[in-house]
Design a protein around this ligand. Structure first.
Ligand code: ZN
Length: 297
């Protein structure tokens, strides 16, 4: 190679100038074609990869699709406990009973806590491994906080039965609100949990009572039948009435406070043992409400 070439002349003295020009043209055209081709190929590859439904059609990815299908039933059992643990908002209607397709019964005890009878009721529930719901009177919660803590610690539900057990339908909206709120506060201060279930004394309800309960985010709970144990009809009568009323989803009303409850305490083990032998499961009001939405098999 010589450094004395004419400026602009191609540094290749073995080929004539015309051939050099043709070669240049071919090289340039080829370069352009290669460039265009690579751009097109890149674009095609990009679009081919982008939509997921295209890659899922390739044989290599069918296994992934099958894996996804086999995993679909898996979330169902994990979803069910979530539905039962995440509690729904309060019911907009008074609850008289639970799901009539499920053999479960909610035992409910009103008018406590009583320093004499509630511990006996709690011991029987523990002995039979049964959970129940206690509709406590606010001023008694203030008097016997340790018994209420025991109710809660044993896995029972502590619920609101007003502060002083008046006939709420005789009261103003403001007085009803006061009865409910003060009881809410004392229960929350005692067990650290805000109650979500309310039962009006004597089952006395009207639109004002129900509206106040709803405003405070309570589900109002009544009962479908009562053995009238408060009237002291005798142990055998309490047992026979309760067994007669027991059915799927029943809310049974008994009393652990408000008077002499020795008959109720004596009847309770017989009631629990008999209904268990008939295949019933005892649940809290919370469980009863959660099971309202369980679909039929
Ligand atoms: Zn009562």
């Amino acid at each position: 190679m010589s450094t004395s070439n004419v400026p602009g002349e191609i540094v290749n003295d073995r080929l004539p100038r015309t051939i050099n020009k043709r070669v240049m043209l071919i090289v340039v055209l080829s370069a352009i074609l290669i460039l265009l081709g690579s751009i097109t190929l890149t674009s095609f590859t990009y679009w081919k990869k982008t939509p997921p439904y295209i890659t899922s059609k390739t044989p290599g990815t069918t296994h992934t699709i099958r894996t996804v299908h086999t995993h679909i039933p898996t979330p169902k059992p994990t979803v069910m406990p979530t539905q039962t643990t995440v509690h729904a908002p309060p019911l907009s209607y008074p609850l008289f009973n639970g799901n009539t397709h499920i053999p479960e019964i909610a035992l409910t005890f009103d008018d406590g806590p009583s320093p004499f009878y509630t511990p006996q009721v709690l011991a029987i529930l523990q002995q039979y491994r049964v959970k129940a719901t206690f509709f406590d009177v606010g001023y008694l919660v203030a008097d016997y906080p340790n018994i209420v803590r025991q109710e809660h610690n044993n896995g029972n539900i502590v619920a609101n039965h007003s502060w002083s057990h008046p006939v709420l339908t005789y009261l103003s909206a403001q007085a009803i609100q006061s009865q409910l709120t003060s009881t809410t506060n004392i229960i929350q201060a005692t067990i650290g949990v805000r109650p979500t279930f309310f039962r009006p004394p004597y089952g006395a309800i009207n639109n004002t009572v129900l509206a106040q309960a709803r405003n405070l985010r309570y589900t109002t709970v009544l009962w479908d039948e009562s053995a009238a144990d408060w009237n002291l009809p005798g142990v055998n009568v309490i047992v026979s009435r309760t067994l007669y009323y027991a059915r799927n989803g029943a809310i049974l009303l008994l009393h652990d406070g408000g008077g002499n409850r020795a008959q109720t305490v004596a009847a309770l083990p017989i009631i629990i043992a008999t209904l268990k032998s008939r295949g019933f499961k005892f649940v809290t009001i919370q469980q009863l409400v959660d099971d309202l939405v369980v679909p039929l098999p």
